[in-house]
Design a binder for this molecule. Structure first.
Ligand code: ADP
Ligand code: ADP
Length: 218
Protein backbone atom coordinates (compact mmCIF):
# COMPACT_ATOMS: atom_id res chain seq x y z
CA UNK A 1 0.00 0.00 0.00
CA UNK A 2 1.40 3.39 -0.99
CA UNK A 3 0.85 5.89 1.81
CA UNK A 4 1.39 9.60 1.46
CA UNK A 5 0.92 11.71 4.55
CA UNK A 6 1.05 15.51 4.34
CA UNK A 7 1.87 17.55 7.43
CA UNK A 8 0.09 20.87 7.20
CA UNK A 9 0.43 23.88 9.47
CA UNK A 10 1.95 27.34 9.74
CA UNK A 11 5.71 27.92 9.97
CA UNK A 12 6.71 26.95 13.51
CA UNK A 13 3.74 24.62 14.11
CA UNK A 14 6.07 21.68 14.64
CA UNK A 15 5.87 19.89 11.29
CA UNK A 16 9.58 19.14 11.07
CA UNK A 17 9.79 18.14 14.73
CA UNK A 18 6.87 15.74 14.40
CA UNK A 19 8.08 14.37 11.05
CA UNK A 20 11.44 13.54 12.63
CA UNK A 21 9.61 11.82 15.51
CA UNK A 22 7.15 9.68 13.50
CA UNK A 23 8.91 8.95 10.22
CA UNK A 24 10.61 5.82 11.58
CA UNK A 25 7.46 4.49 13.27
CA UNK A 26 5.48 4.96 10.06
CA UNK A 27 8.36 3.57 7.96
CA UNK A 28 8.02 6.48 5.57
CA UNK A 29 10.85 8.77 4.44
CA UNK A 30 10.60 12.35 5.72
CA UNK A 31 10.55 14.65 2.70
CA UNK A 32 10.97 18.29 3.71
CA UNK A 33 10.92 20.80 0.84
CA UNK A 34 12.68 23.37 3.05
CA UNK A 35 15.46 20.87 3.88
CA UNK A 36 15.96 20.05 0.19
CA UNK A 37 16.25 23.75 -0.64
CA UNK A 38 18.73 24.28 2.23
CA UNK A 39 20.74 21.26 1.09
CA UNK A 40 20.97 22.80 -2.39
CA UNK A 41 21.95 26.11 -0.85
CA UNK A 42 24.79 24.44 1.03
CA UNK A 43 26.01 22.73 -2.14
CA UNK A 44 25.65 25.99 -4.08
CA UNK A 45 23.63 24.38 -6.87
CA UNK A 46 21.66 26.48 -9.38
CA UNK A 47 18.46 25.45 -7.60
CA UNK A 48 19.93 26.55 -4.28
CA UNK A 49 20.96 29.94 -5.64
CA UNK A 50 17.53 30.50 -7.14
CA UNK A 51 15.69 29.40 -3.98
CA UNK A 52 17.84 31.53 -1.66
CA UNK A 53 16.51 34.78 -3.10
CA UNK A 54 12.96 33.82 -2.15
CA UNK A 55 13.73 32.06 1.13
CA UNK A 56 15.70 34.94 2.61
CA UNK A 57 12.79 37.29 1.95
CA UNK A 58 10.31 34.84 3.49
CA UNK A 59 8.60 34.29 0.17
CA UNK A 60 7.74 31.05 -1.57
CA UNK A 61 9.95 29.57 -4.26
CA UNK A 62 7.96 29.53 -7.54
CA UNK A 63 5.59 26.60 -7.99
CA UNK A 64 7.13 25.17 -11.18
CA UNK A 65 10.58 24.86 -9.60
CA UNK A 66 9.24 23.42 -6.34
CA UNK A 67 6.91 20.93 -8.03
CA UNK A 68 9.69 19.64 -10.31
CA UNK A 69 11.98 19.21 -7.30
CA UNK A 70 9.39 17.20 -5.33
CA UNK A 71 8.45 15.13 -8.38
CA UNK A 72 12.08 14.09 -8.76
CA UNK A 73 12.34 13.26 -5.04
CA UNK A 74 9.14 11.18 -4.91
CA UNK A 75 10.22 8.98 -7.80
CA UNK A 76 13.35 7.79 -5.95
CA UNK A 77 13.37 4.20 -4.73
CA UNK A 78 13.07 5.03 -1.01
CA UNK A 79 9.60 6.47 -1.70
CA UNK A 80 8.18 3.24 -3.14
CA UNK A 81 5.95 2.73 -0.09
CA UNK A 82 5.05 6.43 0.08
CA UNK A 83 6.33 9.45 1.97
CA UNK A 84 5.78 11.80 4.86
CA UNK A 85 5.63 15.26 3.31
CA UNK A 86 6.62 18.30 5.37
CA UNK A 87 6.31 21.77 3.82
CA UNK A 88 4.84 20.61 0.51
CA UNK A 89 2.27 21.36 -0.84
CA UNK A 90 2.13 25.02 0.19
CA UNK A 91 -0.10 26.49 -2.54
CA UNK A 92 -3.31 25.28 -4.24
CA UNK A 93 -1.33 24.75 -7.49
CA UNK A 94 1.14 22.53 -5.63
CA UNK A 95 -1.70 20.52 -4.10
CA UNK A 96 -3.24 19.86 -7.52
CA UNK A 97 0.17 18.97 -8.98
CA UNK A 98 0.74 16.56 -6.10
CA UNK A 99 -2.52 14.72 -6.62
CA UNK A 100 -1.71 14.33 -10.33
CA UNK A 101 1.76 13.10 -9.43
CA UNK A 102 0.41 10.56 -6.95
CA UNK A 103 -2.09 9.30 -9.47
CA UNK A 104 0.81 8.64 -11.87
CA UNK A 105 2.70 6.89 -9.07
CA UNK A 106 -0.35 4.78 -8.19
CA UNK A 107 -0.91 6.27 -4.76
CA UNK A 108 -3.07 8.77 -2.97
CA UNK A 109 -3.05 11.04 0.06
CA UNK A 110 -3.89 8.89 3.08
CA UNK A 111 -4.15 11.64 5.68
CA UNK A 112 -3.38 15.32 6.18
CA UNK A 113 -2.65 16.10 9.82
CA UNK A 114 -3.08 19.84 10.36
CA UNK A 115 -1.02 20.99 13.33
CA UNK A 116 -2.78 24.08 14.62
CA UNK A 117 -0.93 26.71 16.65
CA UNK A 118 -1.98 30.36 17.19
CA UNK A 119 0.14 33.11 15.65
CA UNK A 120 1.76 34.64 18.77
CA UNK A 121 3.12 31.22 19.73
CA UNK A 122 4.64 30.77 16.26
CA UNK A 123 6.83 33.84 16.55
CA UNK A 124 8.39 32.67 19.82
CA UNK A 125 8.88 29.18 18.40
CA UNK A 126 10.65 30.36 15.25
CA UNK A 127 12.86 33.01 16.81
CA UNK A 128 14.01 30.44 19.41
CA UNK A 129 14.57 27.62 16.90
CA UNK A 130 18.07 26.15 16.52
CA UNK A 131 18.75 23.85 13.58
CA UNK A 132 21.54 21.35 13.08
CA UNK A 133 23.95 21.99 10.21
CA UNK A 134 24.49 18.37 9.38
CA UNK A 135 20.98 16.97 9.04
CA UNK A 136 18.44 19.63 10.00
CA UNK A 137 17.59 18.22 13.46
CA UNK A 138 15.41 20.75 15.25
CA UNK A 139 15.74 22.21 18.76
CA UNK A 140 14.30 25.14 20.70
CA UNK A 141 16.29 27.14 23.23
CA UNK A 142 13.42 26.96 25.74
CA UNK A 143 11.03 24.16 24.73
CA UNK A 144 13.42 21.54 23.39
CA UNK A 145 17.01 22.49 24.27
CA UNK A 146 19.92 20.33 23.15
CA UNK A 147 21.86 18.65 25.97
CA UNK A 148 25.01 20.60 25.12
CA UNK A 149 24.38 24.21 24.10
CA UNK A 150 25.05 24.80 20.40
CA UNK A 151 25.59 21.07 19.59
CA UNK A 152 23.16 18.60 18.04
CA UNK A 153 22.19 15.67 20.32
CA UNK A 154 22.02 13.29 17.36
CA UNK A 155 25.15 13.98 15.33
CA UNK A 156 27.18 16.48 17.37
CA UNK A 157 27.16 19.05 14.58
CA UNK A 158 26.85 22.78 15.15
CA UNK A 159 23.41 24.31 15.76
CA UNK A 160 22.60 27.56 13.96
CA UNK A 161 19.72 30.02 13.73
CA UNK A 162 18.21 30.08 10.26
CA UNK A 163 18.52 33.35 8.37
CA UNK A 164 14.73 33.34 7.78
CA UNK A 165 13.98 32.84 11.51
CA UNK A 166 14.73 36.52 12.23
CA UNK A 167 11.65 38.31 13.64
CA UNK A 168 10.93 40.45 10.56
CA UNK A 169 11.17 37.52 8.11
CA UNK A 170 9.07 35.36 10.42
CA UNK A 171 6.22 37.90 10.26
CA UNK A 172 6.43 37.88 6.47
CA UNK A 173 6.39 34.06 6.35
CA UNK A 174 3.31 33.89 8.53
CA UNK A 175 1.56 36.37 6.21
CA UNK A 176 2.54 34.28 3.18
CA UNK A 177 1.18 31.19 4.95
CA UNK A 178 -2.16 32.88 5.64
CA UNK A 179 -2.50 34.00 2.03
CA UNK A 180 -1.18 31.01 0.11
CA UNK A 181 -1.15 27.89 2.29
CA UNK A 182 -4.12 28.24 4.64
CA UNK A 183 -6.61 27.59 1.79
CA UNK A 184 -5.25 24.02 1.67
CA UNK A 185 -6.99 23.30 4.99
CA UNK A 186 -10.37 23.61 3.26
CA UNK A 187 -9.10 21.76 0.20
CA UNK A 188 -8.10 18.68 2.19
CA UNK A 189 -11.11 18.92 4.49
CA UNK A 190 -13.33 18.67 1.42
CA UNK A 191 -11.38 15.62 0.29
CA UNK A 192 -12.08 14.09 3.70
CA UNK A 193 -8.44 13.60 4.74
CA UNK A 194 -7.86 16.44 7.21
CA UNK A 195 -7.08 15.56 10.85
CA UNK A 196 -6.67 18.54 13.18
CA UNK A 197 -4.11 18.14 15.94
CA UNK A 198 -3.53 20.65 18.76
CA UNK A 199 0.06 21.80 18.24
CA UNK A 200 0.29 23.82 21.45
CA UNK A 201 0.71 20.70 23.61
CA UNK A 202 4.18 19.45 24.59
CA UNK A 203 6.11 17.81 21.72
CA UNK A 204 5.70 14.20 22.98
CA UNK A 205 1.97 14.71 23.50
CA UNK A 206 1.53 16.02 19.96
CA UNK A 207 3.45 12.98 18.67
CA UNK A 208 1.21 10.58 20.61
CA UNK A 209 -1.98 12.31 19.43
CA UNK A 210 -0.74 12.37 15.86
CA UNK A 211 0.09 8.67 15.80
CA UNK A 212 -3.24 7.80 17.43
CA UNK A 213 -5.15 9.86 14.86
CA UNK A 214 -3.48 8.43 11.75
CA UNK A 215 -5.59 5.82 9.95
CA UNK A 216 -2.74 3.27 9.69
CA UNK A 217 -2.49 3.24 13.48
CA UNK A 218 -6.16 2.89 14.31
P1 ADP B 1 7.83 23.75 11.40
O1 ADP B 1 8.56 22.64 10.69
O2 ADP B 1 6.34 23.54 11.36
O3 ADP B 1 8.22 25.11 10.92
P2 ADP B 1 9.46 23.03 13.71
O4 ADP B 1 9.21 21.58 13.88
O5 ADP B 1 10.74 23.44 13.10
O6 ADP B 1 8.19 23.71 12.92
O7 ADP B 1 9.28 23.72 15.13
C1 ADP B 1 9.49 25.12 15.31
C2 ADP B 1 10.16 25.36 16.66
O8 ADP B 1 9.21 25.06 17.71
C3 ADP B 1 11.37 24.49 16.92
O9 ADP B 1 12.31 25.26 17.65
C4 ADP B 1 10.82 23.33 17.78
O10 ADP B 1 11.80 22.81 18.68
C5 ADP B 1 9.71 24.01 18.56
N1 ADP B 1 8.56 23.14 18.79
C6 ADP B 1 8.03 22.21 17.95
N2 ADP B 1 6.94 21.63 18.51
C7 ADP B 1 6.77 22.21 19.73
C8 ADP B 1 5.83 22.02 20.80
N3 ADP B 1 4.83 21.15 20.70
N4 ADP B 1 5.97 22.79 21.89
C9 ADP B 1 6.99 23.69 22.00
N5 ADP B 1 7.90 23.91 21.04
C10 ADP B 1 7.82 23.17 19.91
P1 ADP C 1 9.23 26.13 8.09
O1 ADP C 1 9.93 24.96 8.72
O2 ADP C 1 9.35 27.33 8.92
O3 ADP C 1 7.79 25.84 7.73
P2 ADP C 1 10.53 25.46 5.63
O4 ADP C 1 11.85 24.93 6.02
O5 ADP C 1 9.46 24.47 5.30
O6 ADP C 1 10.02 26.45 6.75
O7 ADP C 1 10.67 26.42 4.39
C1 ADP C 1 11.63 27.45 4.36
C2 ADP C 1 11.46 28.24 3.08
O8 ADP C 1 11.71 27.39 1.94
C3 ADP C 1 10.08 28.84 2.83
O9 ADP C 1 9.88 30.07 3.48
C4 ADP C 1 10.10 28.99 1.30
O10 ADP C 1 10.88 30.10 0.89
C5 ADP C 1 10.83 27.72 0.87
N1 ADP C 1 9.89 26.62 0.67
C6 ADP C 1 9.81 25.47 1.37
N2 ADP C 1 8.84 24.68 0.90
C7 ADP C 1 8.26 25.34 -0.13
C8 ADP C 1 7.17 25.07 -1.00
N3 ADP C 1 6.47 23.94 -0.91
N4 ADP C 1 6.87 26.00 -1.95
C9 ADP C 1 7.57 27.13 -2.06
N5 ADP C 1 8.59 27.46 -1.27
C10 ADP C 1 8.93 26.59 -0.29
Amino acid sequence: MTTYIILLGPPGAGKGTQAQAISETLRLPHISSGDIFRENLKKETELGKLAAGFMNKGELVPDDVTIAMIRERLTRSDCQAGALLDGFPRTPAQAVALSNMLEELGGQVAAVPYISVPEPVLIERLTGRWTCRQAGHIFHEKYNPSRQPGRCDFDGSELYQREDDKAETVTRRIRVYLEQTKPLIDYYQQLGCLIEVDGTLPIEQVTANLLAALPANE
